[in-house]
Design a protein around this ligand. Structure first.
Ligand SMILES: [Zn+2]
Length: 302
């Protein structure tokens, strides 16, 4: 019996079960910061909808999400979450961002539309019931040349001057362009790169951009090549996250209602690969990087 126990211990030590299959790391169980969340009008339709505030807050609560970046088309969704007593009751901190989109048409023209710039300024003046807006975005650039549009230039300068965090769904070329439009030429702007290159920017190129811009952080939803068949990080990404544990965030990207239906699963998927990282690195990427970026404490639960 004692010999059996010793053999079992040895097998566990080399990462195998008694049946020779890999021993899976325990899932991460700490708090999550959802750094890329939308509460768009089709999710709740101004109140009722398929996912009213109580529904989405329940999903966050069941997933252990304790803070969110809220950016919604139109901004009414974020404002509603920011004002919600239910968010406080659920122990979810709301970090509001100004969305650049009043409607679907704004996706493709915001970078040259002065009325979008005026709307952003009006929103910043108004603020939210959870305090001032903390960032702008998410915005999309499907052609990186549009990063040089007149309103894109003005918004990057405004973000740096006001200390607003930018959430940008762009390619690596556009990262360089957006950074070039700031007074510090990218040395001070804090920019969360939605999906960290949804087109599959190679990890080496991601790493070069992290080195060039101290305020650049990568949000990991939809990132191609991130997670392998065993639901753990693929080797190149595991190495990148371990080299730069302070530079990555997780997010749900609830851009369509199906993502709300999947919310708990999405967060569970993050918990699986986070569990395969050293505990301090997992907590950084899951929670502390977002909390530090916006200076928030873990909310108390009732
Ligand atoms: Zn998004």
């Amino acid at each position: 019996m004692r010999a059996f126990a010793l053999i079992l211990q040895a097998l566990i030590a080399i990462g195998l079960t008694a049946f020779g299959t890999p021993l899976r790391a325990a899932d991460y169980t700490g708090p999550l910061f959802d750094a890329h969340l939308h509460y768009n009008e089709e999710a709740w339709d101004g109140q009722a909808g398929p996912h009213p505030p109580a529904d989405v807050l329940g999903r966050m609560q069941r997933s252990g999400v304790r803070a969110i970046v809220a950016n919604s088309r139109p901004n009414k969704g974020s404002l509603t979450l920011a004002a919600s007593p239910q968010a406080r009751e659920a122990g979810v901190a709301v970090v509001p961002f100004v969305r650049l989109y009043r409607n679907r048409a704004d996706y493709s023209g915001w970078f040259a539309d002065e009325t979008v710039y005026a709307m952003v300024q009006a929103e910043l003046v108004r603020g939210t019931q959870a305090g001032p807006y903390r960032g702008i975005g998410e915005f999309h650039l499907y052609d990186s040349a549009n990063a040089d549009g007149p309103v894109a230039r003005k918004l990057m300068a405004l973000a740096e001057e006001r200390g607003l965090v930018v959430l940008a769904h762009v390619d690596d070329v556009a990262i360089d362009k957006l950074m070039a439009h700031t007074p510090s030429r990218g040395q001070k702007l804090r920019l969360v790169w939605a999906h960290t290159g949804i087109g599959g920017t190679p990890p080496e190129r991601v790493e070069a951009l992290l080195a060039r811009y101290p305020g650049l952080m990568g949000e990991l939803s939809y990132r191609p090549g991130l997670v392998c068949d065993d639901r753990q990080l693929c080797p190149a990404w595991r190495a990148l996250l371990l080299r730069h544990p302070t530079r990555f965030l997780v997010g749900s990207d609830t851009w369509v209602n199906q993502r709300w239906q999947d919310y708990e699963n999405l967060m569970q998927g993050y918990r699986q690969w986070l569990g395969g990282l050293p505990a301090d690195v997992a907590r950084r990427i899951a929670w502390s990087n977002g909390a530090d970026l916006f200076g928030i404490d873990l909310p108390k639960t009732p």
